[in-house]
Design a binder for this molecule. Structure first.
Ligand code: F6P
Length: 328
């Protein structure tokens, strides 16, 4: 634990955007200012460090951002940051500005980059987990998940209106990277007949068999399909179902619309708490740590190792419960 006095703090958002990022960066800024720190921000994630997109960050710049989705600091995925030579250049620009600590809002890939930068002599870093996928190892919640779930649910409710009116069956594809968290929550809340997630794979033949032998015939229905690392896979699935059974399924890929929109109460509140604790932990001398949620409490854990992969959905009995409820 390094306890040297903290003076200049930098905030960046990195990776995919998530609703609630603005609430988190606002909390980081306001907490840091109240502790007497000088605060800077950088636009465009790690790419911005190379381009030296730094600016002095004040409370006025976060006015009216709480209710906005996305990130007012812009973000990006910057592959070149995996190379030491690129990180060396970033470190040099951070040193020039006198930055001694950094709060990174992003996912496991972004934290890996921050961790390497710090080990190589860069600023002390704390991460705040932000992704609609809720798939970061070490935390039970990531900022953006609740908003994205509610956005997807609203779309499903709308689809139900038209599916019921026209007797249509739908495959609704949701995001989630390689994990099924979004699909499960949205599927249960939306009354999906099936929820297809990578953690509980079934063959199309088995799905078709279950559709053909269901307890009661359904004139309209929804199956929620996790993208499972292959965006667009619901289109292929619809074709397979058709050729195996003649059952017609329309597809609706919710895509990037799930990432936008005003953050929910849960996302804003969690973001505010995580932002506050990120600064407090830096001031207490911690670094190379991620703020996390466990049993509804904010804690701090070591940065997750992306080599271990993403967190997977493990409560498979929820899928069975959903099947039972939908069958009756
Ligand atoms: O990680 C967030 C996420 O929205 C995933 O759910 C999705 O697979 C991916 O990002 C899409 O990334 P891109 O914006 O690069 O298409």
């Amino acid at each position: 634990m390094k306890k040297n006095k903290l003076k200049k703090l930098l905030i960046i958002t990195s990776g995919g955007d998530a609703p609630g990022m603005n609430a988190a960066l606002r909390a980081v800024l306001r907490t840091a200012l109240s502790e007497g720190l000088e605060v800077f921000a950088c636009e465009n994630g790690y790419q911005g460090l190379i381009d030296e997109n730094f600016f002095s960050f004040s409370s006025r710049q976060v006015a009216n951002c709480l209710q906005r989705g996305g990130t007012i600091l812009k973000t990006g995925r910057y592959e070149a940051f995996k190379e030491k030579a690129t990180r060396d250049r970033c470190r040099a620009s951070l040193e020039k500005l006198g930055i001694d600590a950094m709060v990174v809002l992003g996912g496991d890939g972004s934290f890996k980059g921050a961790s390497l930068l710090e080990s190589e002599g860069g600023p002390r870093t704390i991460g705040i987990p932000c992704t609609i996928d809720n798939d970061i190892i070490g935390t039970e919640y990531t900022i953006g998940f609740d908003t994205a779930s509610n956005t997807a649910l609203e779309a499903i409710d709308r689809l139900r209106d038209t599916a019921f009116s026209l007797n249509n069956h739908f495959l609704v594809e949701v995001m989630g990277r390689a994990a099924g968290f979004l699909a499960v929550d949205v599927g249960i809340a939306g009354g999906a007949e099936f929820i297809l997630i990578p953690e509980a794979p079934i063959t199309t033949a088995s799905l078709v068999h279950q559709l053909q032998h269901r307890k009661r015939e359904k004139l309209a229905s929804i199956i929620v399909v996790a993208e499972a690392g292959h965006p667009g896979r619901s289109m292929i699935l619809a074709e397979e179902i058709m050729s195996l059974s003649g059952l017609a399924y329309k597809t609706c890929i919710l895509g990037h619309a799930q990432r936008g929109g005003a953050p929910t109460v849960k996302d804003r509140k969690t973001a505010a708490l995580m932002g506050y604790y990120a600064v407090k932990h830096l001031l207490a001398g911690h670094s190379q740590q991620m703020i996390a949620l466990k049993d509804e409490k904010i804690i701090m854990v070591p940065f997750p190792d992306p080599a271990l992969g993403a967190r997977c959905f493990a409560e498979q009995e929820l899928l069975a419960i959903n099947r039972l409820i939908c069958e009756i």
